[in-house]
Each structure stands twice: as structure tokens, then as C-alpha cells.
Design a protein around this ligand. Sequence first.
Ligand code: CTP
Length: 319
Amino acid sequence: DGELCLSRSLVNSSDKIIRKAGSSIFQHSVEGWKLNSSLVLEIRKNILRFLDAERDVSVVKSSFKPGDVIHYVLDRRRTLNISQDLHSLLPEVSPMKNRRFKTCAVVGNSGILLDSECGKEIDSHNFVIRCNLAPVVEFAADVGTKSDFITMNPSVVQRAFGGFRNESDREKFVHRLSMLNDSVLWIPAFMVKGGEKHVEWVNALILKNKLKVRTAYPSLRLIHAVRGYWLTNKVPIKRPSTGLLMYTLATRFCDEIHLYGFWPFPKDLNGKAVKYHYYDDLKYRYFSNASPHRMPLEFKTLNVLHNRGALKLTTGKCI
Ligand code: CTP
């Protein structure tokens, strides 16, 4: 019936079961991995029934005018005003229109990347997607530096740039964005209430410094459509994580998708500690009920897809 039908066991998956089994159930081999092109096409077709990433990756200028009031996607009672700055940064057309790539990398932020020596391999892909403005320069050997598309949750302003409290925080931010040149900067501004002033500050800095970065703001329907796709395929996620969102979008543009930095577990397969992020000391949150995500379940799903040749998941060293 055209459904992906990942695996029977996924129907009963829960984070609890996964936690009990431990990360050892996720053994997968990269040697002998082979792309299954017909499965890739089938997945692309099925996802297209829920969303068209080319369109849903960003709202466009003609959808709104300054002063329009919209409801937050995950908090319908709360509203946001489309400011002049925000409106002026909306793209005229989708930044992903007609863009197709043979190979893409989606880079998650797990500490599993440390000592991976994957930098060169990641940078060798035609299109590199990164998450949450993660730093790269100091970690280039392990994570590479190429960024064609990078996401930025509004909370990053607080978490990594001191809430822009002083000039040096703002300078650091402007410097980070200027390194992106004309890559796509993807800001989920309409998801939940709370980050609107951060989004406004970011927009103002981009305009003031005439940064070349191409801003994109995901459509109001994207997150529900992505969740709908996975639920229909019997993967009971809560809210898709940025990493899963990026894989789902990438299926539209990329023939071969390689994932790095996906490992939502505190230990590797040899029992060695793994940091949540490769670049800071944030603690693990994905097993707590408070977390909006189900990263271990997402990982399990991606692992199934790896074993079926739909994507390639690298969690070890790149050689
Ligand atoms: N990730 C992972 N294992 C980790 C950390 C991250 O698999 N230990 C993946 C997840 O898919 C995550 C993505 O990498 O969405 C980017 O990581 P991060 O920036 O830490 O995402 P969060 O802010 O934790 O979550 P969100 O998805 O809400 O952005």
C-alpha cells in the first residue's frame, strides 16, 4: 500500500524498552553498506504525500505582509506579529527550489563525533546540513567546516551567545554568521512562543551587518506534516528533533544521505562516555519525559533505515 513499513518491532518501541536494552542493540556495520536506490525513491515519494520540502522549508515573502498576526504552530493560543525586519528577510522563493544533490551529509551534534576524524568525509559531500549553529572551526578534523544549510533554534541565542547581553556576544554571533557566506540559515521562528525577541535581534543583526546568509523560516505546516509521516509509518515520535526533520527534508533533494553525529546515548558501544554535544557540556535530556523529543526511538528508526540501505549512519571513525 505504499507505506514504508519500517519494521514490525518499531510498532512496540518505546524509549523505555530502548533504554533497558541499552545502546548495544544499535550495532550496525558501515562496511558492505550499499545504497538501496529504489527504497530511497519510495521514501521520497511517500514523504511527498505529507510535505514538499522544496516549499515547506520556508515561508516566502508573498505569504505575509508586515503586521500580519500568526498563531504559533505548537502553541495555537499565542500569536506573533510579522515585523518589518522579519518580512524583509523572508525569501522571495524557496531557497531549495530546484536544488538536487548526489550526496548530502546531515550532521547531528552528538559527542560521538569527537575523535571520529570524519571532517574530510563530511566536507566531501555535495551538500552539508548542520544543526543549531554548532561551532566547527575548533573541531574541523572531526566535523568538517562546510555548511550549506544550518538550523538555528531561537534558544541558541541564550545558550551559546549569552543572550546578546554584551557587544562581544553580538560580535561572536555576527562572526559565526559571516562564515556561512550565502548558505541557508533556517530559523524555526513560528514553532513555540518564547524566542520572538531572540529572532528579532538575530534579524536586526543580519540586516545591520548586511550579512549574505540566506534566511529561511519553516512553513507553519512543516512540523505536523513530518510528524504525520513518521506516525503513519508507526514511529510514535513526539516532536521530531531537528536532526530527524533535516533527514526528512533532505530526502527531497538528496539521492544519498549520510548521517553523522547522531548518537543520543551517554555511552558508546564500548562503554566509553559520550558527551551530549561535541562542543559544550550540556547534559543528556532525551530520556526525561520533559524532553519534547524521542531521540533514542528516532535513532532506532534511522538504524533500521541504515540496515535497509535508505541512508548511511556513521557512528564510528571515518577512515
Ligand atoms: N543528536 C543526536 N544525539 C545527540 C545529540 C543530538 O542524535 N547526543 C541529533 C538530534 O537529531 C538533534 C540533532 O542531532 O536534533 C541536533 O542536535 P542539538 O542541536 O543538540 O538538538 P537539540 O537542541 O537537543 O534538540 P532540537 O532537535 O530541539 O533542536
